[in-house]
Design a protein around this ligand. Structure first.
Ligand SMILES: Cc1cc2nc3c(=O)[nH]c(=O)nc-3n(C[C@H](O)[C@H](O)[C@H](O)COP(=O)(O)OP(=O)(O)OC[C@H]3O[C@@H](n4cnc5c(N)ncnc54)[C@H](O)[C@@H]3O)c2cc1C
Length: 515
């Protein structure tokens, strides 16, 4: 029988490292009551990336599985609720132009394709923007309301939601839980890695603690990619010919007294990229992510300062360069990469932490018990996650390709077919006559649902001509019922939900009901 996998070693204690440690400990250590042990090594002189404040609803499942209380998350990590993203000035260079990508799916989703009816209805604008017509969450965001009430139990929702949070504080909160679940925490710097003749990692060498051996290694060392990159030499596949952004300038902006907290990420298109605005309970996280081939750092800084206004002169700014791309494979021999070591595309749509959630869930469910099964499981993981990364690249690119900002080089370059994948070009051709459908893609590999594609596509005014398929979309009465229902729900729910800041303050004071 092949050697059993008993000792897991995780290198890196950022969000990726601690989520991995806690999830694996929850499933496999049973509070130290199992044969599997988990050690996490993190260096106290190599800081975490410290950004990564926007998430996707998958984060709710991850945190509740680990056993983190949602009230603690809100009290200790400056967390707020996120119901989606508002994209301002992406189609036209005007701050009046915007669309939403909310987390609620369109009414009738998966059963009745309201999208097609919205497209064919000449009077569709009576129901407002696409997101407003097919659902009501965008109106709830516009009104500054929360997605739940103080009496809604932890992790349960009235409207679908994720979080904005302070990534450094979240890593600390999860660390406490992971240690409680049996994870051994080593604060030390990995300075060397030992492999056997077959290139399997046998141990890492730390500055103070010396050799730490293991059977299975998880690389969560961030951009350093210490194991998967530096040691295993797994190639990095750049995506900068498709996604041009390669630099971010990040800052933290204080609120004015009692200023509303946006319940969504605000992403504002600029001449060479976009600015994120993420409302935490104590401050806003803001940053300009841009293409250094399309603007200088000085111009980018000026753009960000102008966007922030007079407060900018008292703030400190941090420049974060990055290479957009991902690994040729994520699992090699007995080492798997999770987080920035696996790759990073750009901050848009919080795709990085979704992939952390997805990877950890997958590995936690399929953790190999011995070395015989490792290769097959690694092959499946690499196949699935390569597809996921490719699908995300196309989804992110979709945000840029339908722009009408043709007076700026950055946006014009983004529209060039040479900068798009063949799959995206094919999809756009298909969607001219067929709305995106649940069968369009390999659903098991989708990270973002088809609903997300619909919100972006039609938010950007894409036209799907469904006239040749009138026999498919002939239940106008039912479509009208859905549109009317959304209008009614909007009014009803709007009247019952609390203001976002008021709810956060109430949770801090009283806590949410435990499930
Ligand atoms: C500008 C920007 C904005 C972003 N915004 C978002 C967002 O809104 N939403 C989202 O989902 N994601 C976002 N991301 C990505 C997100 O920040 C990361 O996915 C997330 O923080 C996880 O990072 P990590 O844990 O992989 O790496 P890090 O946070 O960099 O952690 C790396 C860890 O490895 C340790 N380490 C490194 N070398 C050694 C060594 N030799 N020995 C021991 N330990 C070592 C470090 O000490 C650290 O603990 C953003 C990224 C950038 C760059």
């Amino acid at each position: 029988m092949s050697k059993l996998i008993k000792k897991i070693v995780i290198v890196g204690g950022g969000t990726a490292g601690w989520i991995t440690a806690a999830m694996l400990a929850k499933q496999h250590c049973r509070g130290g009551n199992s044969d599997v042990s988990i050690t996490l090594i993190e260096s106290d002189d190599i800081p975490t990336v410290g950004v990564g404040e926007g998430t996707f609803p998958t984060m709710r499942k991850t945190l509740s599985t680990i056993g983190i209380s949602e009230t603690d998350l809100i009290r200790r990590c400056d967390a707020t609720f996120k119901q989606g993203a508002k994209f301002v000035s992406w189609r036209l260079n005007s701050d009046k132009e915007f669309y939403y990508h909310p987390f609620n799916v369109p009414s009738g989703y998966g059963k009745f394709d309201l999208t097609a009816y919205w497209q064919k209805d000449e009077n569709r604008h009576q129901y407002g923007r696409f997101a407003e017509a097919v659902d009501f969450q965008d109106q709830i965001c516009e009104a500054g309301l929360a997605p739940k009430k103080i009496v809604t139990p932890e992790y349960q929702s009235i409207l679908n939601y994720a979080y904005h949070f302070d990534a450094v504080k979240v890593a600390k909160l999860i660390q406490e839980k992971a240690v409680e679940l049996g994870v051994q925490h080593v604060v030390d710097k990995v300075i060397d890695v030992g492999q056997n003749a077959n290139e399997y990692i046998e141990f890492v060498v730390c500055e103070k603690s010396g050799k730490i051996s293991g059977d299975f290694f998880v690389d969560c060392s961030g951009f350093a990619a210490l194991l998967i990159g530096k040691t295993m030499k797994v190639p990095f596949l750049p995506t900068n010919k498709i996604l041009f952004n390669d630099t971010a300038i990040a800052t933290q902006v204080p609120y004015d007294d009692e200023e509303d907290i946006a319940c969504h990420t605000i992403a504002t298109g600029k001449e060479a990229g976009w600015i994120w605005d993420i409302g935490l309970s104590s401050r806003k996280g803001m940053g300009y992510v841009y293409s250094s081939n399309h603007t200088s750092d000085e111009n980018a800084m000026r753009t960000l300062e102008q966007h922030i206004g007079p407060k900018a002169k008292n703030l400190s700014f941090r420049k974060i360069p990055f290479n957009s791309g991902y690994r040729e494979k994520f699992w090699h021999k007995n080492c798997v990469a999770i987080g920035l070591s696996a790759g990073f595309l750009e901050p848009l749509e919080a795709s990085a932490l979704i992939l952390v959630d997805n990877s950890v869930e997958w590995i936690s469910e399929r953790l190999p018990t011995d070395f015989n099964s490792m290769e097959i499981i690694a092959k499946q993981f690499n196949h699935g996650f390569t597809k996921k990364w490719q699908a995300i690249v196309d989804f992110l690119k979709l945000h840029y390709v339908l722009t009408e900002r043709t007076d700026e080089v950055y946006w014009r370059d983004n529209m060039q077919p040479e900068s798009m994948s063949e799959r995206l070009i094919e999809s756009l051709a298909l969607w001219k006559h067929h709305p995106p459908h649940l069968n369009d893609t390999d659903a098991q590999y989708d990270v973002f649902p088809i609903a997300s594609i619909q919100y972006v596509l039609y938010g950007l005014n894409f036209k799907t001509d469904v006239s040749a398929q009138h026999y498919l979309y002939n239940d106008d009465k039912l479509a009208q019922q859905h549109f009317q229902h959304n209008l009614k729900m909007q009014a009803k729910i709007q009247a019952s939900l609390p203001n976002h800041r008021a709810l956060i303050n109430m949770i801090k004071e009283h806590g949410l009901q435990k499930i």
